[in-house]
Write a protein that binds this ligand. Structure first.
Ligand SMILES: Nc1ncnc2c1ncn2[C@@H]1O[C@H](COP(=O)(O)OP(=O)(O)OP(=O)(O)O)[C@@H](O)[C@H]1O
Length: 470
């Protein structure tokens, strides 16, 4: 025996090992449509032995196969759906042609089921958004029927945000109903947009309704619309409701906890029946929407106090995602600050300022009850009140400064405090700085008042603010 068969066997083994490593299912048949090769992942899924099926007719082993047809016709079929063991796989099949003759066919299942296809679709969209961010002029374009935020607009590198982004990408496809929970300003709306953008519905409308902002007597017509002449004062020609506007797309009900009980019953009916009835109409219209809701109030408490229906709660609480408050991820504050200051710079054409070390410390120590929106507002106010390229502590609101000074003060009570150490001049300097900060806090940032309280002139106060970088 020469060594060739051994070499061939080794080569065949190597190829088999490679093909068995792939997650995609691979099948090769000969010109008689008998199985020549099946990789192990495919065999595992079918519950057969890859070696034992060799030589069997493909039609006897695989339901709904089209491999024999590809051999007959000699034409490739790309990305077609094949139902197999209750899964819809997406497969491509190619004839193997040798010198003009079909000698077999190779099939590859690109996606093993439609769910996998949808998940990969969301994943690819997220990757593409990273590669091709919206031009600044377009981001965000606040049109009422499109989603203007993407996952790439989320700033933050904390573990909590990374995990959250992963969850969002996973749930985006597949139409699952999502309930976003989190304190005010934590980004619930931003994430609702991101889910829509990553879903298969991204080309259809994204419609937002703030349940807290619409008076109770208008809610029904806002949500379900009305027909011409449905009531006195109704607009001629009628009006489409948000449900109808969101058809084929996503309906985002913000502040769902604020929905009055009477509307909760109607909403539940619409969700259960998958149809809505405009006011004045007697024939319901079918609707096809993906529902995302958000709340900053614990719905469980509202159920206990009789303000929220338990059956509606179960209907909307399919996947529940909690957004972490900003104080639990202070490591994101610096990045968010930089992001907002750059956004302001782009908006105004002015160079983005930086914060002094004290101002940054105050941002890090503050508790942010209004979360990211509050941070955004604080920075915007500071940005527009100075032309300097450094934002000092004194330009931050009193409550934010207070957090920093309280912290500094409490730490000064400890024995190894820097305030009570060093030369007399250094200690006096620090005490002076502390007194000025306190006076500014008491005067809510008003420098004239603070100077008066300290018994010094305004110009002396300015000198000292500069000296202490406040
Ligand atoms: N991770 C983030 N990165 C960048 N910007 C963010 C982030 N999270 C929120 N924002 C911004 O903060 C502001 C508030 O976010 P959003 O409106 O989504 O919060 P919310 O939880 O829906 O608030 P509310 O409950 O008050 O409606 C928006 O301007 C949004 O763009």
């Amino acid at each position: 025996m020469t060594s060739t068969p051994k070499k061939l066997r080794q080569a065949a083994d190597a190829y088999r090992a490679i093909l068995d490593t792939l997650e995609e299912w691979i099948l090769v048949v000969d010109q008689n449509a008998r199985i020549f090769f099946m990789n192990r992942p495919y065999a595992r899924f079918l519950g057969v032995n890859a070696e034992e099926v060799k030589g069997k007719k493909v039609t006897d082993v695989i339901e709904n196969t089209r491999m024999h047809l590809v051999i007959q016709k000699g034409v490739a079929e790309r990305l077609s759906i094949q139902k197999i063991r209750d899964s819809n796989m997406i497969a491509s099949r190619y004839p193997i042609i040798d010198q003009g003759t079909v000698i077999g066919a190779v099939g590859i299942a690109i996606f093993n089921d439609t769910y996998q296809w949808k998940r990969i679709n969301s994943h690819i969209k997220a990757l593409m958004a990273e590669q091709t961010p919206l031009p600044q002029s377009q981001s965000p374009h606040k049109d009422s029927s499109t989603s203007y935020y993407r996952l790439t607009d989320v700033v933050g590198e904390s573990k909590a945000i990374k995990e959250l982004n992963q969850t969002i990408t996973q749930v985006a496809s597949g139409d699952v109903t999502v309930l976003l929970r989190g304190e005010s300003g934590t980004g619930k709306e931003l994430y609702a947009h991101a889910i829509h953008h990553l879903s298969e519905r991204s080309d259809a409308p994204f419609i937002k309704v703030n349940c807290a902002a619409i008076p109770e007597n208008l809610l029904e017509s806002e949500l379900f619309g009305y027909l011409d002449g449905a009531f006195t004062g109704a607009r001629k020609g009628g009006k489409a409701g948000k449900f109808q506007l969101a058809n084929k797309g996503t309906l985002f009900l913000d502040e769902i906890g604020e929905l009055p009980l009477s509307m909760q019953a109607k909403l539940l009916r619409a969700l259960q029946e998958r149809e809505v009835e405009a006011i004045g109409s007697h024939s319901p219209t079918p609707i096809d929407i993906r529902l995302i809701t958000a709340t900053h109030r614990p719905l469980e408490d509202l159920i206990r106090s009789g303000e929220f229906r338990e059956d509606l709660y179960y209907r909307i609480n399919v996947v529940n995602i909690s957004l972490p408050p900003l104080r639990e991820r202070p490591e994101d504050i610096a990045k968010l600050t930089e992001h907002f200051l750059h956004a302001l710079s782009r908006r105004t054409g002015r160079r983005a300022p930086k914060l002094t070390a004290q101002a940054m410390t105050a941002l890090l120590e503050y508790h942010w009850p209004g979360n990211i929106r509050e941070l955004e507002n604080v920075l915007e106010a500071a940005f527009f009140t100075t032309q300097e390229h450094k934002i000092p502590l004194s330009l931050l609101p009193a409550n934010v400064r207070q957090a920093a000074s309280q912290d500094e003060f409490s730490s000064s009570l400890h024995t190894n405090s820097p305030i009570l150490s060093g030369t007399l001049k250094e200690q006096l300097d620090r005490a002076e700085k502390q007194a000025i900060k306190q006076a500014l806090n008491n005067a809510y940032g008003n420098r004239t008042l603070a100077a008066k309280q300290l018994g010094i002139s305004k110009s002396t106060l300015y000198e000292k603010l500069q000296k202490h970088e406040l």
